[in-house]
Design a protein around this ligand. Structure first.
Ligand SMILES: [Fe+2]
Length: 318
């Protein structure tokens, strides 16, 4: 029994027209379903990777995680209920809106809505990107990654690690505490960051071509205050990326070149360098915290830390 990948993300937003522009023209997703206040977006042959709806006084977002079988859904439901978590069976109506055969849903200890899904529907038509990109790195690796922020890591980490079975890839203790967790060969599909707030911190989409990241960066640089982290490269997953603001206010990481790991041999460790080899100036942070990140980054550069060379690089070309 295991969760195999991040299947989709859903956002509850009254800014659905802004999301339409952002998801297609900036990120390069394909819009496939349009109803009143509701959009579905594709990133590959899966019918839905991003869903934007507006439901007043409802959830803020939901995270869809895929499992291998109907038995897995039952086993997870039993395990969660034994731990005192209220688990709901998703009926045919929700399943059709999520474009999956079956699902259960529940909330983590900080009321973030999680959905476990079996058999997402595929679309037989070719993916047509919203801007001319060479596609997203998805398939068995899933949609990308999601990062939750929290003011209580001690309650969220055991929920995801011990109850849902996510595995720690690595963690940082300064300038902020953050845990990065894997569920497949992607270095992390999920992370928790202790910002003192709760909710969605960011989601990440990964492109097949670095130039699609750069061309997205150019599109945003034309708009005032649209870059949250400048272009940079992370020390743990080697992702070359920048961060921008979604129409809902949380961040979106736009990346390329993320690390592929072998979970069977992986040993979790503390990352005391980084979190970036270079770049990722955090323009959105207050000055003092921003300075702490910059100092640590310059110390990382001063000792010559770099990602592995691209030639014969196992995390990119395996
Ligand atoms: Fe990220």
């Amino acid at each position: 029994m295991a969760i195999t990948c991040l299947s989709y993300l859903g956002v509850n937003s009254e800014h659905s027209e802004d999301w339409l522009d952002f998801a297609t023209k900036i990120l390069g997703m394909q819009v496939t379903e349009k109803c009143k206040n509701s959009y579905s977006f594709r990133m590959d042959n899966q019918k839905q990777r991003l869903s934007v709806n507006y439901e007043k006084d409802s959830y803020k977002f939901f995270i869809g995680l895929e499992v291998d079988s109907l038995n897995d859904l039952e086993s997870y439901a039993e395990r969660l209920e034994r731990a005192g978590v209220l688990v709901y069976q998703g009926g045919p109506n929700i399943a059709s809106r999520r474009f999956v055969e079956s699902l259960i849903y529940f909330h983590d200890p900080q009321n973030n809505r999680i959905e476990l899904v079996y058999k997402p529907m595929l679309d037989e038509t070719t993916f047509v990107p919203g801007r001319p990109i060479l596609g997203f790195k998805t398939d068995v690796l899933g949609m990308g990654h999601v990062v939750l922020q929290t003011d209580n890591l001690a309650v969220l980490l055991p929920f995801y690690r011990d109850l849902l079975g996510f595995c720690v890839s690595d963690f940082t203790l300064t300038p902020v505490t953050a845990y990065f967790l894997h569920i497949n060969n992607r270095h992390h599909s999920f992370a928790l960051i202790n910002t003192g707030k709760t909710g969605l911190h960011h989601f990440m989409v990964e492109y097949n071509h670095l130039d699609d990241v750069g061309q997205g960066y150019d599109l945003l640089e034309c708009k005032e205050n649209s870059i949250a982290y400048t272009l940079g490269r992370h020390t743990n997953d080697y992702m070359t990326s920048f961060y921008t603001y979604s129409p809902s206010g949380f961040l979106v990481e736009v990346g390329w070149g993320g690390r592929i790991i072998d979970p069977r041999n992986w040993v979790p460790k503390e990352m005391d360098i980084g979190p970036s080899f270079w770049g990722h100036e955090r323009l959105h942070l207050p000055d003092e915290l921003r300075r702490k990140f910059r100092k640590k980054r310059l110390e990382t550069a001063a000792i010559g830390m770099k990602s592995p060379p691209i030639i014969n690089c196992p995390w990119l070309y395996s």
